[in-house]
Design a protein around this ligand. Sequence first.
Ligand code: GDP
Ligand code: IMO
Ligand code: MG
Length: 429
Amino acid sequence: MSAVVVVGAQWGDEGKGKVVDYFTERADTVVRFAGGPNAGHTLVVGDDKLIVRLVPSGILRRTTTCLLGQGMVVDPAVLVGELDELTRRGLDPESRLWLSDRAHLILPYHVTLDGLREGSGRAGAVIGTTKRGIGPAYEDKAARRGVRTGDLRDLARLEQLVEQALAAWAPVLRDLGGAVPAVGPIVEALRPLAARLVPLLADTSRMADEAIRGGRGVLLEGAQGTLLDLDHGTYPFVTSSTAVAGGACAGAGIGPTRIDAVVGITKAYVTRVGGGPFPTELNDATGARLREVGAEFGSVTGRPRRTGWLDLPALRYAARVNGLDGLALTKLDVLTGLPHVEVCVAYDTPSGRTDQLPIDELDTARPVYERLEGWSETLSEARSLDELPAAARAYVRFLEEGSGVPVDLVSVGARRTETLVIRDPLKRG
Ligand code: GDP
Ligand code: IMO
Ligand code: MG
């Protein structure tokens, strides 16, 4: 058994939920290590669909322990809502889900600030965020005035912390045309949420370490994707946390020497929600077709996702910054029916052609494409590579060779069964 990190290799929504749920069959602990309710991870079992935002994607397997790591920002109302929904489905989440007492809280003023900035139209303020308060909550964490989940144990002390944070935000709120909220109602609204969440608080770092030492399979579930990472993404059009594999250790509270493998998830094409550069974007009928066939609408905000061709330099970049050992290729079925498929293999920049991703010049760099044959066969019944049409197999091989990373898994539909496993990362370590 192993500790395996699963991260998005693109701009999020690669299918992390499906792949983590699939791998959880052989893992008994799943840890979310970063992000917050900006994430929306879709789990499909049969005809039933569930979107988790804070809860790890292992929750559907009834014997799995789910940990929310200290790298996360947690909106307590959203978490309690998710727990209620899971309880309604008979999954008994509160018996096997633990929340780090060092994660940071998203409080109502974080959500207000995020919304006011996005609505301000001011240059530099509008990112196209999910308006869930992610940026302001991580800002408070970095400014060392954050309120942590562990503070829910003592609401009198929490009240003082909120007062300090609001004193810092007051001029910003006023400048954006907002009002400074009263502290009392914020704390009162937290009271029933604290009663629900305090029993779930734990030292999740220690729990993850014990699971690994005990030889049990542990999955470290990333949120967002490499190109949205605060350090390695298309800054400033990024999220405010770590989305790369290196962050899994800090966010889950385990050491790098404990990790056995890193799997990157990539769609067979690319999508992005929100603003920022996207060189292979298709603003044409093919892009619209990918959006329609791939049901590319945000799972959190419902926004239409931007769509485009696969970007190999970006995938090589993700392979490098995450140290990917394997890829999980999702949504290959969505390409069925296209007469041909294009893949960006290099970029033309003012300083010449490069096969690297010119991450800070994406607005001006021009993608260089290679055209591959398409296929018309439905893929959802295939259960091994041999059962894929030759052109689809060639596409998988092209992607492996171009990225330098072997494909461990191919997904040909949203359901668990619609999956081809080539190598199981949990059996590799
Ligand atoms: P995540 O945020 O990375 O977990 O991805 P999302 O859940 O936001 O978006 C991925 C979407 O694609 C979801 O609606 C999944 O149910 C769906 N999906 C995942 N894998 C496949 C696949 O191989 N084929 C198809 N057609 N849909 C898939
Ligand atoms: P999952 O885990 C896709 C994007 C937003 C915006 C930028 C910053 O489901 O893949 P934020 O609210 O984080 O401050 O927004 O990041 N974004 C995502 N895009 N999938 C996600 O999560 C995302 N989480 C944030 O659209 O461009
Ligand atoms: Mg998503």
